[in-house]
Structures are given as C-alpha cells and as structure tokens.
Ligand binder design. Sequence first.
Ligand SMILES: O=P(O)(O)OC[C@H]1O[C@H](OP(=O)(O)OP(=O)(O)O)[C@H](O)[C@@H]1O
Ligand SMILES: Nc1nc2[nH]cnc2c(=O)[nH]1
Length: 186
Amino acid sequence: MRVDAKDMGADLKQVLITKEEIDAKLAELAAKIDAEYAGKDLLIVGVLKGAVMVMADLARALSTPVTMDWMAVSSYGAGTQSSGVVRILKDLDTDIKGKHVLIVEDIIDSGLTLSWLINNLGSREPASLKVCTLLRKPDAAKVAIDVEWVGFDIPNEFVVGYGLDYAEKYRNLPFVGTLAPHVYGG
Ligand SMILES: O=P(O)(O)OC[C@H]1O[C@H](OP(=O)(O)OP(=O)(O)O)[C@H](O)[C@@H]1O
Ligand SMILES: Nc1nc2[nH]cnc2c(=O)[nH]1
C-alpha cells in the first residue's frame, strides 16, 4: 500500500508537489541531461540520504549510461536549520579526476551544503562538475550557486517527503509537502 496524504493525518499541512508532478519534471530534466552528456561517460553522485529518491528516479529516466556513487554529508542534524558546518559521513568510492560528474541533490536551501560540496569535489579535478536538484528555495539562499538543472523553486518553508526527512521520518512519502507546525514545535 502506498503512503498518501491521508495517511499523514494531522502531521501534514499541505502537499506542495505531487508524485505525478515530480515524475513529469524528472523526465523533462533527464532529457536535458541526456542532451548535455551525449557520447560522454557520466558519473552521477547522490548526496545521502535525502537524494536517494531523486537519484533512483532520475537515473531510470536517463537514456545516458551512467555510473553511480554516493556521498553522505550532514549539516542539519535533527533540526530544521542548517548549522553551516558540513561533515563528511561517507566519501566517494570513486576517484573523479578527469570524469564528468553530476551532483544530484534533493534540495538547495541555504546553499551551504552544496557550496561546500562543489569546492570539495571541484578540488579533485573532474572533467566537469554540474548540479541537478529537485528543489530549491530562492528566498533562503545564503550563497549564490550556479545550478544547471532545477526541478522546482519552492517557498521558504521546511518540506518533507520524497527523500526529505524531519528527524529521519517522512522520507518515504511519494510527494513533497509541508509539516503542520505542531510536529516541529513551530
Ligand atoms: O542548502 P542547505 O541549507 O545546505 O541544505 C541542503 C541540504 O540539507 C539536506 O541534507 P541534510 O543535512 O538534512 O541530510 P540528509 O540528506 O541526510 O537528510 C539536503 O539533502 C541537502 O543536502
Ligand atoms: N527535510 C528537509 N531538509 C532540508 N534541508 C534543507 N532544507 C530542508 C527542508 O526544507 N526539509
């Protein structure tokens, strides 16, 4: 049985982006990414844990053969505000020197995580380094970042679902939604 908005009961305030909208957007982004990397070897790097769903669905929407690797970093802990301090919890298994690398993210909020990641991976001398994110909050940006592929710009509200958690819950919701304030003490 699939989890849907009804099963969230009082925890959910609003569904912002449905599963159908996410699927359509990922197909659109995949076509653009296929065009960009035609004839090239592409390594997609998923940022754990939040990007698991985007990686899985984007990878299957791509026609380009890809290899996949994962990096785990954390700047949020169990709260709803970025600490700004990025920790590597798991590094890449792959040497990316000379490779075309696409970072796949679930969300760019303050931009602090991605900015750090771009510096870190950029210093490993990939042939190219680009970014695809499902979600971005333009009003929350603390650093300006050039992002090639963005699924949806969303309001500056804490969201969950489709990989995104609050205190490790709600990641398996098939849609993106906002939480009722009582859930996080807001
Ligand atoms: O733009 P920022 O303000 O830096 O926020 C974005 C980051 O926050 C989330 O990760 P989180 O640290 O919550 O870890 P998780 O993916 O394991 O949930 C998300 O997956 C991004 O990596
Ligand atoms: N779950 C979740 N994680 C985030 N990390 C950065 N912004 C967010 C957000 O809005 N929701």
